[in-house]
Design a protein. Structure first.
Length: 495
């Protein structure tokens, strides 16, 4: 049961918002509101029923001090066993869709398609069927950072062959789940994955000699995406009628001043952060500014070729227009200023390549996360940038959410979702941006990567000490339920 006082404060909150006038125009009736999780963060059962080790399982079990509270995702929300409880809270909220991810290691324990693990298939089949029965549209991420360790042993995303391994995996997913899945995502947040997985800590001497391995990871991941997309297109789309995209994460970037230099700098930041992935999947290649800058800096470092890999003509063809809509995760933003050309460093850096300075002003409200300040007005900037740069695509916000240290009375999370939704509604209404879905990260508190269980993003709290990992609605969930029901952010909307 929901305490009365929570309900009361929820509604009082609708009127107060740090002076921001919340958009009172009702969302279109076919607009989708939903919530998201990912396999490693919620499932637990890390070695149950034929699942093999992922890179996260291996690293977390062998690297003390890696996670802030020394925890693991071994059990997490135990959703592998308690998925019906997840459906129950989605229903309670009235969610239109649920974005979750499939663990590659549950489906293909060797990483390759020589063995298909039927128990893994059954798990996701049950989940997908139950979602459909409850009118909750499954939005399925095929990969949310949990690479099979067997493939990581072969170099993971630094190995060109990952594109074929991934394509084989994708085919198994379409074959088994494709009849019921209308929204597919090949990858979640490649930028954050490639940086976290193959950034500086990975192998400094190798980075010094070969250049940034993040670029190599990105390159192979994009090749994998294109292959998976073409397989769907050629072999499955006509029967299954789904749509596919890749989930890209980006902050918004605004010029620090009105100077034309700072405006160019902000544009450059967008291209290096979002265009890096978005340009290839729309136009078949990296942004011009990345190609020129990295080539020039590579030459200045004395290399005889650019550190940014090149796509073959065939790959460019495959990549071009390889999404059916735009999927974006966003949490925060930065201001950007022009700076003198950064000096050449050894090893090279993405900061030097990007060649601008981005920062979050002190006066912006902080959250519990260092990288992340509360800056909702930028939602409109980000959505407009996507619209104008990528030919006015349909857009789904696949993640947006707010971290705190827990508690049911999560006023600031409620504000956050409402404020971001308000600017989303502004962008739709006033700028004609075609947003068709919004997904709150996360459905429930879960294993928050390096922060373990210290940082919470959930609309529902999870009692990790209880047998059933009891899920309880927070104030933000109650608000979200109201929004879903009324398609309205305030208590009275205009049509
Ligand atoms: C996303 N950053 O990751 C992920 O998709 C989720 O799995 C995660 O739980 C959520 O955001 C909250 O952290 C990001 O440092 C993590 O810029 C870090 C960054 C961006 C995205």
């Amino acid at each position: 049961m929901v305490p009365r006082v929570l309900i009361l404060t929820t509604f009082l909150n609708l009127f107060i918002s740090n002076g921001l006038a919340i958009n009172n125009k009702r969302f279109p009736s076919n607009f989708l509101f939903g919530s998201a999780t990912s396999a490693y963060q919620v499932e637990g059962a890390w070695n149950a029923d034929g699942k093999s080790e992922s890179l996260w399982d291996r690293y977390i079990h062998t690297t003390p001090g890696f996670i802030e509270d020394g925890s693991t995702g071994d059990v997490a929300c135990n959703s592998y066993y308690l998925w019906e409880n997840d459906i129950a809270i989605l229903k309670e909220m009235g969610a239109n869709h649920y974005r979750f991810s499939i663990a590659w290691t549950r489906i293909l324990p060797t990483g390759r398609n020589d063995v298909v693990n039927e128990k893994g298939i059954t798990y996701y089949k049950n989940l997908i069927k139950a979602l459909k029965q409850n009118n909750i549209e499954p939005m399925v991420s095929m990969f949310h950072w949990d690479t099979p360790q067997a493939l990581e042993d072969l170099g993971g995303f630094l190995n060109d062959s990952i594109a074929d391994w991934y394509a084989d995996y994708a085919r198994v997913l379409y074959e088994n789940f494709g009849d019921d899945v209308k929204y597919w995502f090949t990858f979640n947040e490649p930028k954050t994955y490639c940086n976290g997985g193959y950034g500086y800590a990975y192998d400094p001497p190798r980075i010094a000699s070969e250049g940034l391995l993040e670029y190599v990871c990105a390159h192979n991941l994009l090749r994998a995406h294109a292959k998976a997309y073409r397989i769907y297109d050629q072999e499955f789309r006509s029967k299954q009628n789904g749509k596919m995209s890749i989930v890209l994460d980006s902050s918004w970037f605004g010029p620090a001043t009105n100077s034309s230099e700072d405006k160019v700098a902000a544009e450059q930041a967008f291209h290096f952060e979002l265009g890096w992935y978005a340009n290839p999947v729309h136009y078949g290649d990296y942004p011009e500014v990345m190609k020129t800058r990295i080539a020039a800096r590579s030459a200045a470092e004395g290399r005889n070729q650019s550190r940014l890999p090149e796509f073959t003509e065939e790959e460019k063809e495959q990549l071009k227009d390889s999404t059916d809509f735009f999927a974006v995760n966003t949490y925060t933003g930065s201001l950007v200023s022009a700076i003198p050309e950064p000096g050449i460093t050894d090893p090279p850096s993405r900061y030097g390549d990007m060649g601008v300075n981005s920062f979050q002003p002190d006066e912006w409200e902080s959250t519990t996360f260092g990288w992340f300040k509360y800056a909702p007005w930028g939602m409109r900037i980000l959505l407009n940038w996507i619209k104008s740069t990528y030919g006015d695509p349909e857009i789904v916000v696949t993640e947006n959410g707010y971290p705190d240290y827990g508690g049911l009375n999560d006023t600031r999370r409620l504000d956050y979702h409402r404020d971001y939704l308000s600017y989303t509604r502004d962008a739709m209404d006033q700028d004609g941006v075609k947003v068709f879905a919004y997904t709150a990260w996360s459905l429930m508190d879960n294993f928050e990567w390096f922060s373990g269980y210290t940082q919470k993003f959930g609309l529902y709290a999870v009692d990790f000490d209880s047998e059933n990992k009891t899920r309880t609605a927070k104030q933000s969930a109650l608000y979200f339920r109201q929004v879903i029901k009324t398609k309205c952010l305030v208590d009275q909307c205009v049509e």
